[in-house]
Write a protein that binds this ligand. Structure first.
Ligand code: DC
Length: 225
């Protein structure tokens, strides 16, 4: 089997994975997949259906038939419904982190993520891409940043969407989410042994993407575009 052309980008909330991964995908001519968005969809739909977030039977029924599609402008459609705005609200991250700790949810989403590996290459971001989804990915990056800086970046992003944000509360939420994502038994957040760890605390987005591109091109081979 030929090895899928995957750049795995993992790391905690607010490390700048999404913006940097999207920019990297554009530079490499790869597609971009944000797996966090899929967990967010499951979290938002579970709440909508009043499912208790550790009710594995109900979660199993919810994810069992769920299908995802990417619409115009990277809009995310779940069973044909556009949930792009709902999944970006601050509370959706918390819901996602809770359902993501349930093996029944991960067992369903991981094969869907593997199926999104495109022949032309994909930059896939999440928490377990380099460790579980694509353990043989030729390029693995782990983006992190100091907790205070990650909370500040998330606040800027959410304010830009029109939300009123209490930064101290946001910092607490992010710390709790980091803990849950890192300490869960199934596919915890951690860098793969062969990942390059990039601490972005003091770096500009441009520098981060330059560095990611340099590493990706070196690992993919100098002959790649
Ligand atoms: O990247 P994000 O903040 O949108 O992800 C939301 C939550 O989804 C995150 O707190 C943990 C979970 N997640 C996961 O467990 N595995 C992934 N590959 C991606 C996200």
């Amino acid at each position: 089997m030929t090895q899928p052309l995957v750049v795995a980008v993992d790391g905690p909330a607010g490390a700048g994975k999404s913006t940097a991964s999207r920019a990297l995908a554009r530079r490499l001519g790869f597609s971009h997949v944000d797996t966090g968005a899929m967990y967010r969809v499951v979290g938002v739909l579970a709440r909508e259906r009043a499912i208790v977030l550790d009710d594995d039977e109900a979660l199993g029924l919810l994810v069992g038939g769920l299908s995802f599609a990417i619409g115009e402008g990277e809009r995310l459609l779940a069973d044909g419904r556009d949930l792009t705005d709902a999944i970006r609200r601050a509370d959706a991250g918390e819901l996602a982190s809770r359902v993501a700790a349930r093996p029944v949810v991960r067992t369903r989403l991981v094969p869907l993520q593997r199926a999104l590996a495109a022949p032309a290459g994909v930059v896939m971001e999440g928490r377990d891409i380099g460790t579980v989804v694509f353990p043989d990915a030729p390029v693995k990056l782990y983006l992190t940043a100091a907790p205070g800086e990650r909370a500040r970046r998330r606040a800027v992003e959410l304010r830009a969407r029109g939300e009123t944000i209490d930064e101290a509360a946001l910092a607490r939420d992010i710390a709790a989410r980091d803990r849950r994502d890192s300490e869960r038994a199934h596919s915890p957040l951690r860098p793969a042994a062969d990942a390059v760890v990039l601490d972005t605390t003091t770096l500009t987005l441009e520098t981060v993407v330059d560095e990611m591109e340099r590493i990706a091109r070196a690992r993919l081979g100098a002959s790649r575009p």
